[in-house]
Design a protein around this ligand. Structure first.
Ligand code: FE
Ligand code: FE
Ligand code: ZN
Length: 297
């Protein structure tokens, strides 16, 4: 069955319950949540997250927990050359994995990190060590850390499948690590998602193994292939285009893998209900962005 949704916020009084309601308002059956603002590490206490209410509500609405994903904030960097910052990243990520488990979610997406000083080899080793520590700190928990494929802007680690494979091998905990495949990022990193997705997946399978993919981010891109920019575009409105993204979403090898939209708001309006509708009907509406703009009158 198609598992499609978007990232949603977790804020205000309703917290996790609000995230589920937001997803349902888009007619989604999957979702991805930041446990707080992605740019900072301030987080609410577990008791204030409305977890039980959310779980009850999900059951009432037949929402499958396997279709829910958490995303770690992108400011934590396990590859930071400063050992204190690395230690902070490890302790914060440990708490995030615990929050994820408390929410009954089975995977947390992580940007592997960045080689701040430029030494990519060292950063890769630090990232793997950090992930190992987090896994050790959460031994009893059934949560996978899904390493995201990155666009390669700045000194990001994880631009190639080989780099992700290196981390996965160093961590050496296959049951606790997976991959989040972002179509915008891989396209920006230089992979032929638009014209040759099958070849890309064949290559991914040879390097890492396609069963490692536990979630897709199905974003279009504002930039041509290989631009290393990481700027998402609305579904079908960018360099990837509607047909290429639909092919990813309905690929027979990844039927049961959740697909998440992280496409941009249009002048303050979330595009997810409209994009999900286009995906479900496999029909592109070239006026979608214009219509969302007109909502503002
Ligand atoms: Fe991400
Ligand atoms: Fe992403
Ligand atoms: Zn991105």
């Amino acid at each position: 069955m198609l598992k499609i949704g978007s990232h949603v916020s977790m804020s205000g009084d309703d917290m996790y319950l609000g995230s589920i309601k937001e997803a349902l308002s888009y007619h989604a059956n999957a979702l991805m949540i930041y446990t707080g603002a992605p740019q900072n590490t301030r987080r609410k206490n577990l008791e204030d997250m409305k977890i039980q209410e959310a779980i009850t509500f999900m059951k009432e609405n037949d929402l499958d927990f396997d279709n829910v994903v958490v995303h770690a904030p992108y400011i934590i960097n396990l590859g930071n050359p400063d050992p204190e910052r690395r230690a902070f990243a490890v302790s914060f990520l440990t708490e995030e994995v615990k929050r994820t488990a408390a929410m009954q979610v089975k995977q947390i997406v992580l940007h592997p990190g960045s080689a701040v000083g430029g030494d990519r080899r060292l950063a890769t080793i630090w990232i793997a060590e950090g992930i190992k520590e987090v896994i050790l700190n959460t031994k009893e928990l059934d949560v996978k850390i899904a390493l995201e494929t990155m666009a390669g802007k700045g000194n990001e680690i994880g631009k190639t499948f080989e780099e992700l494979k290196e981390i996965i091998d160093l961590v050496d905990e296959p049951s606790r690590v997976s991959v989040c495949f972002d179509t915008c990022h891989t396209h920006d990193a230089g992979y032929e998602i638009k014209d040759n997705f099958d070849e890309v997946i064949k290559h991914f399978d040879e390097v890492i193994g396609k069963s490692y993919i536990s979630v897709f981010h199905v974003n279009d891109s504002k930039n041509p292939m290989g631009a290393a920019k990481d700027r998402h575009e609305n579904f079908g409105f960018g360099y990837l285009g509607f047909d290429a993204l639909i092919k990813v979403i309905y690929h027979p090898d990844f039927k049961d893998v959740p697909k998440i939209l992280e496409t941009p708001y249009v002048e303050g309006n979330p595009p997810y209900k409209e994009e999900i509708e286009m995906i479900k009907t496999m029909t592109f509406d070239p006026t979608m962005v214009e219509k969302l703009k007109q909502k503002n009158g």
